[in-house]
Design a protein around this ligand. Structure first.
Ligand SMILES: [Zn+2]
Length: 266
């Protein structure tokens, strides 16, 4: 079991390193599969030992070996976050998971990490990431619905797929309403698409938990930034990162949160 999670973690570090490449190529408009990785400053081609996740950053003390230019904290942060999140998503599935489910959850985790970083840096949720994620999750939900109906012979009429679709329309519609009411100042079009994706990932009632948590986290962060004078009342804070955080928390601990809340009110 330890070995399994160790391998998952190493895999997460490697995928995280690839996610950094994807983020950089989305920023620069280069093709995703391109030639060798280069230093962003001096364009020196990086050797294999410059590209080891986390370790290279630590040994090079966060600087390029060739020009001494500072390497962004984004690189080790994304690698470690991917490693840790991969462990958590696979521990939810462990030990009943099939490779298929593991692949799906690792893919969704990766997509959400890219959205988190990109929206944080550029206030944009890239269509190249969100649309494939929506299509894959729709397909995954349809497949799951099919499996529970026809192989496990579950005969109730409540379609899981409709639950997820309903949650997606609800969350997406909610952000679309804010988008229209605030004339695009409160939320962007990207948040509408992200809301839709999150509904598809979480379903009802977990989608509520994720929206609730992200609004709380977003307002606390907004007030904090205003207090320390980094942001003014009117300036925009990207909401995508909070939605992604809320989604991970709802995914991992949502069931526990619902139980705890039910105990509180009864
Ligand atoms: Zn360099």
């Amino acid at each position: 079991m330890f070995l399994f999670f160790f391998i998952i973690f190493i895999l997460g570090l490697a995928i995280g390193s690839f996610l950094n490449v994807i983020i950089f190529r989305l920023e620069s408009g280069e093709k995703i599969i391109n030639d060798r990785s280069k230093c962003m400053n001096c364009r020196h081609v990086l050797e294999w030992h410059d590209l080891i996740p986390v370790l290279s950053f630590v040994f090079l003390k966060g600087r390029c070996r060739y020009c001494g230019n500072k390497i962004s904290w984004q690189y080790p942060f994304v690698e470690i976050a991917t490693g840790i999140l991969f462990i958590i998503v696979s521990s939810i599935q462990y030990p009943v998971s099939s490779i298929f489910y593991l692949l799906f959850w690792c893919y969704i985790t990766s997509a959400l990490i890219v959205i988190f970083v990109y929206d944080f840096k550029h206030y944009i949720i890239p269509d190249k990431v969100i649309f494939p994620a929506i299509i894959v999750t729709l397909g995954f939900n349809l497949f799951n619905d099919f499996v529970t109906r026809y192989t496990l012979h579950v005969t109730n009429n409540n379609s899981q797929f409709l639950n997820f679709l309903f949650s997606a329309i609800l969350a997406g519609g909610f952000f679309y309403a804010i988008f229209v009411i605030t004339k695009g100042k409160g939320m962007g079009g990207g948040d509408v698409k992200l809301g839709f994706l999150i509904g598809l990932i979480l379903g009802w009632p977990l989608v509520l938990i994720s929206l609730f948590l992200s609004f709380i986290a977003g307002s606390v962060a907004g007030m904090f930034l205003m207090l320390i004078g980094k942001k003014k009342m009117k300036s925009v804070i990207p909401f995508g990162p909070f939605l992604v955080l809320g989604t991970f928390i709802a995914l991992f601990w949502g069931g526990g949160i619902i139980k705890w809340y039910m105990n509180m009110i009864i």
